[in-house]
Design a protein around this ligand. Structure first.
Ligand code: P1T
Length: 377
């Protein structure tokens, strides 16, 4: 079955009670038990909820996974993911990740004696060198946020299998429409569904997806124990959003490509970061493992002052955190989404004060190019 057909139908049949085509939002917190232990598989909505089950089936199918578990935000999903680590364990993480992911491992989990090493995972040797006897998990973003660096998921997965390590991939930027990390050998896929899967900047959510029965049982226990589940309304909204994912992603990709090509020729732009450009250092890996390059484009200008004045000039691109919505947003990672990373570490990784990140929306490309043109003037 093709992607769009799955996105529209997977997990969803007409509601058995009414034949409603669209799944109902089951707001109930609890369920009638005919006698002790006799029920229809639902006893309390933190543990399981029919609207959430439909969403989880749908998202699992889109990632070619067997199971999905939905959480209240992307970070709630990543926190749940991290509970596979016990005190004394070690994780290796891409050095250019969303600031909140960095903060979780570097400033929160460290208090629970969980160690993390951040390396440039686009070079597999950096991962090999960072492996310790207590390493359990490799967690990567590909492309990374915000520098759009690409890691070879299949290669890293081979390494993980040979060393008996778990590999999780944050697939938020690519979405299952463009990339399926489980097919490339990853054990766990993570999404902030707040982004492209939601697509309209009106819901927060996160999901973990896997094939292994053992991981599913473990994380279902974690989902119920932590309680950070996605609400029935947000599950329903996300189900609705996912139906248009394919058409939105095509347009995000097309617009982003045109903008990246435009920026690459602009005299005020020092460097453009977009995996669809042949000048991107991992262009061939991106092409090998994904079916598109996504809607995120970052570019660097000379310094903070210039970045600040450009950001003030935008009229359609709106200065805001987040990404993946139909509307175009612009962000200054150093002071916004990645402010939790110390300046010296940021700059060592290439995230400078002159970096501007665009979440390219699905508006008319002429309007977006005109907006960038006038902002840069
Ligand atoms: O915001 P939340 O739903 O909790 O998702 C966290 C998260 C996880 N992974 C990636 C790749 C992300 O980009 C994010 C959130 N990012 C932003 C809010 C941002 O503007 O980059």
């Amino acid at each position: 079955m093709g992607f769009s057909t799955k996105a529209i139908h997977a997990g969803q049949t007409p509601d058995p009670a009414t034949n409603a085509i669209i799944p109902p939002i089951h707001l109930t917190t609890t369920y009638y038990q005919e006698e002790i232990g006799k029920h229809k598989g639902y006893v309390y909505s933190r543990s399981a909820n029919p609207t959430r089950d439909i969403l989880q089936k749908n998202l699992a199918e889109l990632e070619n996974g067997k199971y999905a578990l939905a959480f209240s935000s992307g970070l709630a999903a990543i926190y749940a993911l991290s509970t596979i680590l016990k005190a004394g364990d070690h994780a290796i993480i891409s050095n250019d990740v969303y600031g909140g992911t960095y903060r979780l491992f570097e400033r929160f989990l460290c208090d629970y004696k969980i160690q993390a090493t951040f390396v440039d995972t686009s070079n597999i040797q950096n991962i090999e060198k960072a492996i310790q006897p207590n390493t359990k998990l490799i967690h990567i973003e590909s492309p990374t946020n915000p520098l759009l660096s690409i890691s070879d998921i299949a290669e890293i997965s081979k390494l993980c299998k040979s060393k008996k390590l778990l590999l999780s991939v944050d697939n938020t930027f690519m979405t299952p429409y463009f990339q399926n990390p489980l097919d490339l050998g990853a054990d766990i896929v993570v999404h902030s569904t707040t982004k492209y899967l939601g697509g309209h900047s009106d819901l927060l959510g996160g999901v973990l997806i896997f094939n292994s029965d053992e991981l599913y049982e473990r994380y279902k226990f974690v989902q119920n124990s932590l309680g950070a589940i996605l609400s029935p309304f947000d599950c329903w909204l996300l189900l609705r959003s996912v139906k248009t994912l394919a058409v939105r992603m095509e347009r995000h990709n097309q617009n982003a490509m045109a903008i990246a090509e435009y920026l690459e020729k602009h005299p005020k732009v020092k460097k453009v970061f977009y995996p669809g450009l042949q000048s991107h250092p991992q262009y061939h890996i991106a092409k090998k493992q994904a079916r598109g390059f996504g809607g995120m484009v970052s570019f660097e200008v000379e310094n903070f002052e210039l970045a600040k004045s450009i950001l003030k000039n935008f009229k359609i691109f709106t200065l805001a955190e987040s990404l993946g919505g139909v509307e175009s947003l612009v962000c200054h990672p150093a002071t916004m989404t990645h402010a939790s990373i110390p300046k010296e570490i940021r700059e060592k990784n290439g995230l400078t004060d002159g970096l501007i990140r665009l979440s390219v929306g699905i508006e008319d490309i002429e309007d977006l190019l005109n907006d960038i043109d006038q902002a840069l003037k």
